[in-house]
Design a protein around this ligand. Structure first.
Ligand SMILES: C[S@@+](CC[C@H](N)C(=O)[O-])C[C@H]1O[C@@H](n2cnc3c(N)ncnc32)[C@H](O)[C@@H]1O
Length: 324
């Protein structure tokens, strides 16, 4: 998920592999493809171009991204519906597009996290490398900012956020320092936080742990955007939306996201027929089969060409039984 060391702009991550995995489900005329994280529409453009009968329902919580994607996808305007929503709103978005929220979709892509455009827009405060207001909202029209979190959360809540979402070893120490500093002056810009992190994280840990701000910025972004709650709610709705033979590809950029994906799929890829019965009971067979073995990573070649692919963990599955 850390994409601060961005490579070429807007190169869709694992595009070829995503096509191999989703493509077989997208060939029928009228097949519906949901891009749950439309971003700048890089993946979506590829699929619309490659599968001429395809219809896109594209979701994003970021109004700027939707505007840019709409421009990019103008040549396909008669085949697309774009919806401003978080991906847990997938069922409503399908209804809005005139589709059944259950069993109507042939392919779903979830390319999680923050986009290179969001990182590049310095004033949104996602990148720790430039001084900017501590905002970090993917949907700039609503919700609390990173500054609100730093200035109002209790010591315990700050430490929990940093530890859980950033896997930050020095969460308690950083939280204490944040609480101490904000009594003098509330946090407003990213440079103030970066400076605090440099001063708080011991020099020895700084030499081995990557940029000292990386984990704290990730944690604040996940908290501000309720990323894990949104994913937890979205996954069952997305799986329910798939028709028989429909496929889903999910690209995660941090272990907590990938863990949620794995947990949601696990009970659906096993039979519910009691083990001592010799035959599968009707409707009790596995609902999905995995198309990937474990979590697939990008190849070295792809990471060379597109450094944003380095942390990706991709899982894909196909619906093999109608929803009961
Ligand atoms: C990595 S980018 C997607 C890039 C896209 N695949 C492309 O090719 O351009 C992730 C996008 O997901 C959006 N996003 C993140 N969390 C979301 C959520 N909970 N609901 C909807 N969109 C979300 C972000 O605003 C961002 O635009």
């Amino acid at each position: 998920m850390n994409r601060e060391q961005d490579g070429p702009r807007h190169v869709p991550v694992l595009l070829g592999r995503a096509d191999e995995l989703l493509g077989p489900a997208l060939t029928e005329p009228g097949a519906v493809y949901v891009d749950a994280t439309l971003g700048l529409g890089g993946h979506a453009e590829h699929f619309l171009r490659t599968y001429p009968g395809l219809r896109l329902v594209g979701l994003d919580r970021d109004t700027n991204a939707l505007r840019l994607a709409e421009d990019r996808l103008r040549p396909f305007a008669d085949r697309i519906t774009l919806v401003h929503t978080t991906y847990d709103g997938i069922a409503d978005a399908l209804t809005q597009a005139g589709l059944d929220p259950v069993g109507s979709v042939s392919g779903i892509l979830m390319d999680l996290g923050v986009s290179s455009m969001q990182l590049d827009e310095a004033e949104r405060g996602f990148a720790y490398s430039v001084d900017a207001p501590l905002d970090m909202r993917m949907d700039p029209t609503r919700g609390i900012t990173a500054a609100d979190v730093l200035n109002t959360y209790s010591h315990g809540d700050l430490a929990r956020v940093l530890k859980t979402y950033g896997e930050e070893r020095f969460a308690g120490k950083i939280a204490s320092e944040v609480v101490r500093r904000r009594q003098q002056r509330p946090f407003t810009t990213s440079a103030e936080l970066v400076e605090l992190l440099y001063a708080t994280i011991p020099a020895a840990a700084r030499r081995t742990g990557g940029h000292p701000a990386k984990r704290t910025f990730q944690a604040l972004r996940v908290e501000v955007n309720g990323e894990l709650d949104s994913l937890r709610a979205a996954l069952p709705a997305a799986l329910d939306a798939l028709r028989l033979g429909g496929r889903i590809v999910i690209m995660s950029y941090q272990s907590l996201e990938d863990k949620l994906v794995k947990q949601e799929l696990a009970p659906r890829i096993v039979s519910r027929t009691p083990v001592d019965l010799p035959v599968e009971l009707p409707g009790m067979g596995p609902e999905f089969r995995m198309l990937t073995r474990g979590a697939e990573k990008a190849t070295e070649r792809e990471i060379d060409e597109n450094p944003r692919a380095a942390p990706v963990r991709m899982r894909a599955a196909e619906r093999i039984q109608e929803r009961g």
